[in-house]
Design a protein around this ligand. Structure first.
Ligand code: HEM
Length: 470
């Protein structure tokens, strides 16, 4: 065999090249990480498929990897909240802790959950009247008189303001009267989310690198939500000071307002005699955590439900009739019992939620696999069954193994009862007052950014109804 000196390095180079190709074609896993679908394109793996066609990409993953958190495995994942931690998953995908430090603190998050359960969910019946009033203020402001059909461009966040007003009222009655606070609450998540609009182009090297890149401006002092924090602090400080003073002067005669600020002032963890800067920051951050978890989610689901309604003329009369009947029964003043009686609307909403955001989520619950499983939803699981919930006695706020809109298990969304009541009340009033259509007269397509679904952006046409004509 003709063996020259040059042959050795060539041979070594070929070996190195083969090893390198093998290395980049096979994703690297640390101990205890779930298996991955083999890379399609070296280095960038599946980044393009994930961004452009997440729906089909996840179907492919489902076929190749059985442990994806889909219909069977997701239940196990949600049961083991000690191993699969929502907070640390959110840390990378929604790095709010860079500007709201306490968002990263598990203790604060526990207190937020407790506050929502005790201060909102448990008091829901007491908030119904106020919620209704606040929603009507928003509806008149954002949609108003539509004697002539009016196109409302939903992408402008009108529904965030609509949802923000009742939430502000529950957080602090005085601050909800300030229009700049409503705007701050409505825009907060969207403005922070602007950093997430950068496509995950560095994720193909490592997801953490993408997080590092998008948060770089935040680490250099840029704060997209700083102005909202300043607005809230400006209005919150005098409210806190006045309440502390009133309590001191009035003693037993002090009439505590029913809201979260008062709940915190009476809570041993947040009791104070003076409003220092540190105290103000702490309360302000706490309120913004509730804002971030409540407004964007609720307004996205409300908007999507309105599109689902507007694109399905066959449902209009039936659901409208239910609203008129309840409106007559309560004489325009809804009580919690009346909201419970909106059974067709509730069932319609559950179906709208099931069909929304169903591609997947960054926590990587494969929602489509759960929400479109044929065992629960029949051979055509992607069809819209407005009365599936009604026929099976499943309420829109009820979590179960085939319905993960609000998560599952111990960490299921604590605000879901409030969210569903708010959306139902809002839709009840909108359907009573307006004909609502899509511009095309058909069902509009949702928009997908990777695995995240957003409502369509064509806008909705509102036109005044002739009162109670059925
Ligand atoms: C339609 C509206 C809403 C949707 C679709 C929604 C959905 C969710 C989901 C999927 C989770 C994660 C649950 C899990 O991982 O098991 C969650 C958590 C949470 N949600 Fe909601 N949510 C909504 C409205 C609200 C509202 C109005 C509030 C507050 C009033 C709220 C407060 C929270 C909080 C604090 C958590 C974290 C729970 C924890 O860490 O234990 N959500 N939500």
């Amino acid at each position: 065999m003709d063996f020259s000196f040059e042959t050795v390095p060539t041979f070594v180079w070929v070996l190195i090249a083969i090893y390198f190709i093998y290395w980049i074609k096979n994703p690297r896993l640390s101990k205890n990480e779930p298996p991955m679908v083999p890379y399609k394109i070296p280095i960038i793996g599946h980044t393009l498929n994930y961004l452009i066609d997440a729906e089909n990409f996840l179907i492919e993953c489902r076929q190749k990897v059985t442990t994806i958190a889909g219909n069977e495995a997701a239940h196990e994942v949600y049961k083991h909240d000690d191993t699969f931690n929502l907070l640390s998953a959110t840390r990378d995908t929604f790095p709010l802790y860079r500007v709201l430090k306490s968002f990263d603190n598990p203790e604060t998050m526990e207190r937020v959950v407790k506050t929502i359960r005790e201060g909102i969910t448990a008091k829901l019946p007491l908030y119904t009247g106020r919620m209704q009033k606040q929603l009507m203020i928003s509806i008149n402001k954002e949609i108003g008189d539509c004697s002539n059909p009016k196109l409302i461009i939903t992408a402008n966040g009108n529904f965030s303001s609509m949802i923000a007003r009742p939430v502000a009222d529950i957080l602090g009655q005085e601050i909800s009267k300030k229009e700049d606070v409503i705007k701050a609450f409505a825009d907060f998540t969207k403005d922070f989310g602007s950093i997430l609009a950068i496509p995950p182009i560095f994720s193909f090297i490592h997801p953490k690198l993408h997080t590092q890149v998008i948060t770089l401006p935040l680490r250099f002092g840029w704060n997209p939500i700083g102005k909202h924090v300043i607005t809230l602090k400006k209005h919150l400080k005098p409210v806190l000071e006045k309440r502390l003073k009133d309590k001191e002067i009035l003693g037993d005669k002090y009439e505590p307002p029913l809201d979260i600020i008062e709940y915190l002032l009476n809570n041993p963890e947040y009791e104070t005699k003076v409003v220092t800067d540190d105290y103000l920051n702490e309360i302000c951050e706490f309120l913004f955590i509730i804002i971030v978890t409540s407004i964007h989610t609720t307004s996205r689901h409300l908007t999507s439900a309105l599109y689902d309604f507007a694109g399905r003329p066959e449902l209009w009369e039936d659901i409208y009739e239910e609203q008129v009947r309840i409106d007559k029964e309560c004489n325009g003043e809804l009580s919690p019992q009346h909201i419970d009686k909106m059974m067709k609307l509730d069932s319609f909403l559950r179906e709208s939620f099931r069909n929304f955001g169903t591609v997947g989520r960054i926590v990587q619950t494969y929602l489509a696999d759960i929400h479109y499983n044929t065992t629960a939803y029949g051979p055509e699981p992607k069809s819209f069954y407005p009365y599936h919930g009604l026929e099976n006695n499943f309420a829109a706020s009820k979590t179960d193994k085939n319905y993960f809109t609000f998560g599952s298990g111990k960490r299921a969304c604590p605000g879901r009862f409030f969210a569903v009541n708010e959306i139902k009340t809002c839709m009840h009033k909108l359907i009573l007052n307006y004909h609502i259509k899509t511009p095309s007269g058909k069902i509009e397509k949702k928009i997908h950014y990777g695995t995240i679904a957003m409502p369509p952006d064509t806008g909705l046409i509102f036109e005044n109804r002739k009162k109670n004509k059925i």
